[in-house]
Design a protein around this ligand. Structure first.
Ligand code: THU
Length: 162
């Protein structure tokens, strides 16, 4: 038996330390959460995806009375980006949040399913996707690659014999 450790790397910063382009992407995510349809949770999430061709695709969470039928903001934006620009790589994803019920102080933490979806695109494009998690207090947590948000990722290569 052997204990092993893995190292994850992320950056904590204030919004104003980001580049102008990244601050703009966070601003887009903040605008996007205003379009959330979240009557059940009151938790409004916005995701903004910057593609390598400069296009920006925004998404917000869309809930449903049959709860599992709803979809998170990240997947709304990522699937739309994938559908509209199937061959264009993803550069950065910014995610922001606001709750109608309480004061959110932490950065939004994407659910496992959204991390898995981001990981799929990262694997597909063979290039890291930067993920910027934004809090209403303007703190940001930045992962330079999705793999840092989802260790032991299940990816394409695990489905094939080496
Ligand atoms: N949600 C997102 O859209 N993204 C996340 O990263 C976490 C959760 C949504 C799903 C649901 O509409 C609401 O937030 C509460 O879970």
């Amino acid at each position: 038996m052997q204990e092993k450790k893995i190292e994850l790397s992320f950056i904590l910063a204030h919004l104003n330390e980001l580049s102008a382009q990244e601050q703009q992407l966070v601003a887009n995510a903040k605008s996007a959460f205003k379009t959330a349809y979240a009557p059940y949770s009151g938790f409004l999430v916005g995701a903004s995806v910057l593609l390598e061709n400069g296009e920006v695709i925004n998404g917000s969470n869309q809930e449903n009375i049959a709860y599992p039928s709803g979809l998170c903001a990240e997947r709304v934006a990522l699937f739309y980006a994938g559908a509209k620009f199937p061959d264009v790589k993803i550069n950065t994803v910014a995610i922001s949040v606001l709750s109608k019920n309480f004061e959110v102080k932490d950065v939004i933490s994407p659910c496992g399913a959204c991390r898995q979806v981001m990981a799929e695109y990262e694997d597909k494009q063979d290039k890291p996707i930067k993920v910027i998690l934004h809090s209403p207090t303007d703190e940001v947590l930045i992962a330079n690659r999705v793999e840092d948000l989802l260790p032991f990722i299940f990816k394409n290569s695990l489905l094939k014999q080496h």
